[in-house]
Write a protein that binds this ligand. Structure first.
Ligand code: PSU
Ligand code: MN
Length: 305
C-alpha cells in the first residue's frame, strides 16, 4: 500500500489537485492547542474563507481516529475544536506513526502538516508562527525547523514568537538550507509585533515574486521547504516591548511551574493572552487571516507558472 492510499482526501480537494488548481493546507494544532473555544472554530473557518478569498481551496489537516484527513468538514472542525486538550495528541513528525497506529485523534503542528501536505502533493501552507529554538535551551529545537530542511512545502507565517531565540532559529534554518522570504518586509517579523532587527534572505512584494522563488527551488529538485514571513497587520500589532515583557514573564512562569517539552508553546500562548488582556490573541487572529489570504494568492501564482 502506498502512503497516498492511507490518506483520506476530501473529494473536492482531490478533484482540485487532479485539475492542477491551487490548494492551501492549514494546520490543526492552533485549533486544539493554540486558541480557546469558540475562537478556535471562528478562526479556523475564517482562515478557510481567507484562503478562498486569495483564490485557492483550503484543506485543514488533522488525524481523526487514526485517519489522516486532508480537508476537514465544518462538522469535523467543530468536533475537534470542542474536544478537551488532553483528548488530542499534538502531532509533530514523531507522533504521526503513534497516533495513526493507535487510532487516536491528532492535531498536526507545522512539521506534521508539512509532511502530510507533501504526501498529498500540496505545496503551500498558511499558519501563524513556526516552532524554533527555545530561549535558554538551545537543545530544544522544534522539529518544525528540521522539517523545513527535508520537506518541500512553502509556509506563510509571521515568523516565530519571541519566546524563542530568533537569531538561533534563523541559524538553524540557514543550516537546513531554507530560504526565508520577507513578504513586504526587509526584516523578520516578531509575530505579535511587526518587526525584529533580524535580516531575511530576500524581500518579495507580490505573490508572483514568492512563487517564482518557490518554483525555482522545485526546478532545482530542492528537498527543502521555503519560509515566507508576513508581518501582523499594523492595526492589530502589539508594541514590541509590551509583547516582549508578556512573553518573558510567561516563559519564566512556565519554567517555574515545570512546564516542559511540547506543552511549553500552548502554555505560553495562553498566558501571554491573559497578560495582554486578549490583545495578543487579537494580533494572533489578525495575522492568521492575513497569512491565509497571502498563501491563497501564492498558491494561485504557483499554479499559473
Ligand atoms: N506558534 C504559535 N501558535 C501555535 C504553534 C506555534 O504561535 O499554535 C504550534 C504550531 O503548530 C507549531 C508548534 O508547529 O506549535 C510548535 O511546537 P513545538 O515548539 O513543540 O515544536
Ligand atoms: Mn520543543
Amino acid at each position: 500500500m502506498s502512503a497516498r492510499q492511507t490518506l483520506h482526501i476530501r473529494a473536492d480537494i482531490q478533484a482540485a489537485l487532479d485539475a492542477g488548481q491551487p490548494v492551501v493546507v492549514l494546520e490543526s494544532t492552533l485549533i486544539t492547542h493554540g486558541l480557546p473555544h469558540p475562537l478556535n472554530i471562528e478562526t479556523a473557518l475564517g482562515m478557510e474563507a481567507a484562503v478562498r478569498e486569495g483564490g485557492a481551496l483550503p484543506a485543514t489537516i488533522a488525524v481523526l481516529n487514526g485517519d489522516i484527513t486532508i480537508g476537514l468538514t465544518r462538522e469535523q472542525i467543530d468536533m475537534l475544536a470542542g474536544l478537551p486538550v488532553g483528548a488530542v495528541r499534538k502531532c509533530s513528525r514523531r507522533d504521526l506513526p503513534i497516533v495513526t497506529a493507535l487510532r487516536q485523534h491528532g492535531a498536526t503542528t507545522v512539521a506534521g502538516t508539512m509532511i502530510i501536505a507533501a504526501l498529498t502533493g500540496i505545496e503551500v501552507f498558511a499558519t501563524g508562527g513556526i516552532g524554533g529554538v527555545h530561549r535558554g535551551n538551545p537543545h530544544d529545537v522544534s522539529a518544525d525547523l528540521l522539517e523545513f530542511g527535508r520537506t518541500p512545502v512553502a509556509v506563510v507565517a509571521s515568523g516565530a514568537k519571541s519566546i524563542l531565540d530568533l537569531p538561533l532559529t534563523l541559524e538553524v534554518l540557514e543550516t537546513q538550507g531554507v530560504p526565508v522570504l520577507g513578504y513586504g518586509t526587509d526584516a523578520l517579523p516578531a509575530f505579535y509585533a511587526e518587526r525584529t532587527d533580524l535580516p531575511i534572505d530576500q524581500r518579495v512584494d507580490s505573490p508572483q515574486a514568492a512563487a517564482a522563488i518557490i518554483h525555482a527551488g522545485k526546478q532545482l529538485g530542492a528537498a527543502h521547504g521555503t519560509l515566507v514571513v508576513a508581518p501582523v497587520p499594523a492595526d492589530a500589532a502589539l508594541d514590541g516591548a509590551v509583547a516582549e515583557a508578556a512573553i518573558a514573564r510567561a516563559t519564566d512562569e512556565a519554567l517555574a511551574e515545570g512546564v516542559a517539552g511540547k506543552d511549553i508553546t500552548p502554555y505560553v500562548l495562553r498566558r501571554v493572552s491573559e497578560l495582554t488582556a486578549g490583545e495578543s490573541m487579537r494580533a494572533n487572529i489578525a495575522l492568521l487571516l492575513n497569512n491565509a489570504r497571502i498563501a491563497g494568492q501564492i498558491a494561485v501564482a504557483l499554479s499559473r507558472i
